[in-house]
Design a protein around this ligand. Structure first.
Ligand code: 6PG
Length: 465
């Protein structure tokens, strides 16, 4: 058998779909999956169900898999993020040669990617941490790919990754080199942070509309919004979700209201905290999922809540759409600001417009707004420095305020909309209340403060007693 150009380790949902995508693009491919208990037939089943593709070879022996690859080898690892990646890397090291490349396509933490890259460097093996977004369908038909690492390592694998990625509206690949070290995985992590807040906004909007609308009607509203500036993949699938029936019931009404998570949203929020960035929308979304998981306690406590008389005040769909647009602008501003800060802090030199461009298709947060951001980031690195964006925010502020009042009147939690509003009001308030915080800090801890009537490099302490 002739040698394959590319290799994939791990035939889970994403690994299988990416493998078929790679083979479809005409690259010769070797795939490997361990044959441990329960996984004995994964490789043979995969080959059987894709008989038409004669450019794929399958292996359950890692050394045979490695030997089946052309040198320098290019191996995409598609297994669960975490310590098992380290195990696979350690097993691969003695089997590989200088200048071979390992690509980690999972949702690994960017600091782990840096550690793995440093380790492999010592063995002269290249390492690329590539964020891949788009779920199963994206992986099969064209995901958005965010590869980070040494640029020369990227050049070796670009032809494959760029051929399998989705295409933007100009036909360019939604895969582009992101930057050094773990920057590809950092950017994917923030993608997921933005994704969490986008999902939470839609969940809150669904709850607000549910007060006076059926699932079908809400789906119709979302479909209508999806024809305009609010269009997005997540809006589209939420409309589809609301229409899905199981017998006489809507499936969404049968799904338990406890949200799971695999950690990337909380990593994003932690990264923001570490970098001093006020990403309150993604954090609110993470906490909303955590609160939802306390189902038993929620049920118990809800029993003591006084039944409200029907408080439902009128709110128009136009107001809600404007609030939704406003909150999404803030969410995207916060996400990209976090990427910019990391770029400056770690000296990564990231290109925000290019990141927005590869997010215009293939990924979970692809949207009409993302197309706007590609252009916006050509002239500024902060959305709040862009006059068109801030004009939109000022113009829709009243709609968010009305939306939040509506949620209060209906005793409904709206953490993401509230976070967006509080962030914006905080950012547009000249005199905040932080003078009190500074005085308190100085009172009990002699932490000193600056004065309005003195230069900023002079610090004052008062004996408050
Ligand atoms: C994607 C998704 C994908 C997955 C995340 C989030 O971009 O394709 O973000 O990576 O959905 O793992 O999962 P959780 O919601 O379980 O954290």
């Amino acid at each position: 058998m002739s040698k394959s150009y590319f290799g994939v380790i791990g035939l889970g949902v994403m690994g299988k779909s990416l493998s078929l995508n790679i083979a479809d693009k005409g690259h010769t491919l070797s795939v490997y999956n361990r044959a441990s208990k329960g996984e004995e037939t994964v490789v043979s089943d995969f080959l059987k169900s894709n008989k038409g593709l004669d450019n794929i070879q399958g292996f359950t022996e890692l050394s045979e898999f490695v030997n089946s690859l052309e040198q320098p080898r290019k191996i995409l690892v598609m297994i669960k993020a975490g310590p098992v990646i380290d195990t696979v890397i350690e097993t691969l090291i003695p089997l590989l040669s200088k200048y071979d490349t390992i690509i980690d396509g999972g949702n690994s933490h960017y600091l782990d990617t840096k550690k793995r890259s440093d380790l492999l460097n010592k063995h002269h093996i290249n390492f690329v941490g590539a964020g891949i977004s788009g779920g199963e369908e994206g992986a099969r038909k064209g995901p958005s790919i965010m590869p980070g690492g040494n640029i020369s390592c990227y050049n070796d694998i670009a032809v494959v990754l760029e051929s399998i990625a989705a295409k933007d509206k100009d036909g360019r690949s939604c895969c582009a080199y992101i930057g050094p070290e773990g920057s590809g995985h950092f950017v994917k992590m923030v993608h997921n942070g933005i994704e969490y807040a986008e999902m939470q906004l839609l969940a809150e909007m669904y709850q607000m509309l549910s007060v006076f609308m059926s699932n079908e009607d809400i789906a119709e509203v979302f479909e209508f919004w999806n024809k305009g500036r609010s269009a997005s993949y997540l809006l589209e699938i939420t409309a589809n979700i609301l229409r899905k029936k199981e017998g006489d019931n809507y499936l969404v009404d049968l799904i338990l209201d406890k949200a799971g998570n695999k950690g990337t949203g909380s990593w994003s929020s932690k990264a923001a905290l570490n970098l001093g960035m006020p990403n309150n929308m993604m954090s609110a979304a993470v906490f909303a999922r955590y609160i939802s998981s306390f189902k038993a306690q929620r049920v118990l406590l809800s029993k003591q809540v006084k039944k409200q008389e029907d408080k439902h005040v009128e709110i128009s769909l136009t107001v809600l759409e404007r609030a939704y647009y406003f909150a999404r602008l803030i969410n995207h501003h916060q996400g990209f600001q976090l990427i910019k800060e990391a770029s400056v802090n770690y000296n990564w030199g990231l290109n925000l417009s290019e990141i927005a461009r590869i997010w215009t298709n293939g990924c979970i947060i692809k949207s009409e707004l993302m197309e706007t951001l590609v252009k916006a980031f050509n002239t500024t690195s902060l959305l709040l420095d862009n006059r068109t964006i801030t004009n939109d925010l000022y113009a829709n502020e009243a709609a968010v305020s009305e939306t939040i009042q509506y949620t209060l009147a209906n005793r409904m939690a709206a953490p993401s909309f509230s976070a967006a509003y509080n962030y914006w009001v905080g950012m547009t308030t000249e005199q905040s209340s932080a003078n009190i915080i500074q005085a308190q800090r100085d009172y009990f801890g002699a932490h000193t403060y600056n004065r309005k009537d003195a230069p900023l490099d002079t610090f004052f302490h008062t004996n408050w007693m």
